[in-house]
Design a binder for this molecule. Structure first.
Ligand code: NDP
Length: 244
């Protein structure tokens, strides 16, 4: 029960990796708020969270700063504070540069990078005031190694690493840690849509010879958000089965 009495906010928490992270925190005693765009998925995840702890879903588009502010205030009204923020909401709009549209570039940067900025922007002040907090940003190995067909996604995830390292320096004096987790190929809706041939190629490059599971990522996030990681900040923990 590492997170008893803690309040956690997980963006994109209604499904996939975010849901696994939210459930992981709840199983260890935390009250968990999820921001997501999918009301049905939010409702069903909130039901599951309430079976083990306290949980609530908030329909919130993280790309919109005032929407984020409004919903963070609702979370604070409901649960009193936010101790841990996990910026997990993310999308892909893959295409080779030659065919990549401006709107696909903007959409990915807007959710993956600006969405995380918005949540950090609103929570920095309360976390600094309470002299404690943990922020974990979900980046990707693609932000470290690059990938053909993903210049927008790679830019957003590399950007998130830069933000992580910079904000860690800004907030260290207030006992707020900021770290990132960079997952490799994880079995979720995002990777299910990949072609079988692409999946085979990927598997052949992974020393641990399997795709990761959302729980593999959740365990790393929970570690960085726990007291065990109190003296770790500005780091990127790669969870990729040895891929990079
Ligand atoms: P999913 O698509 O399964 O889940 C992402 C969630 O984020 C969805 O519920 C989605 O809602 C939500 N979301 C999207 N846009 C917004 C928004 N503007 N505001 C609020 N919520 C939003 O993805 P994964 O679980 O696979 O990925 C989670 C994170 O992990 C992402 O940041 C991804 O980049 C990262 N990652 C994933 C890897 C993988 O292999 N799966 C590898 C490396 C990193 P909706 O469905 O309604 O759009």
């Amino acid at each position: 029960m590492r997170f008893k009495d803690k309040v956690v906010l997980v963006t994109g928490g209604a499904q996939g990796i975010g849901k696994e992270i939210a459930l992981g925190f709840a199983k260890e005693g935390a009250a968990v708020a999820c921001f997501d765009m999918n009301q049905d998925a939010l409702d069903s995840t909130a039901n599951e969270l309430n079976k083990v702890s306290k949980g609530k879903g908030y329909l919130c588009n993280v790309t919109n700063l005032s929407e984020v502010e409004l919903n963070v205030n609702k979370v604070i009204d409901n649960f009193g504070r936010v101790d841990i923020l996990v910026n997990n909401a993310g999308i892909t709009r893959d295409n080779l540069m030659l065919r990549l549209s401006e709107s696909d570039w903007d959409a990915v940067i807007s959710v993956n990078l600006k969405g995380a900025f918005n949540c950090m922007k609103i929570l920095t002040k309360p976390m600094a005031k309470q002299r404690g907090g943990k922020i974990v940003n979900i980046s990707s190995v693609i932000g470290i190694m690059g990938n053909a067909g993903q210049v927008n996604y790679a830019a957003s995830k590399a950007g998130l690493i830069g933000v992580t390292k910079s904000l860690a320096k800004e907030l260290g004096g207030r006992n707020v840690t900021v770290n990132a987790v960079a997952p490799g190929y994880i079995q979720t809706a995002m990777t299910d849509k990949l072609d079988d041939k692409v999946k085979e190629k990927m598997l052949a490059r992974i020393p641990l010879a399997r795709m990761g599971q959302p729980s593999d990522v959740a365990k790393a996030v929970l570690f960085l958000a726990s007291e065990d990681a109190d003296y770790i900040t500005g780091q990127v923990l790669v969870v990729d089965g040895g891929l990079i």
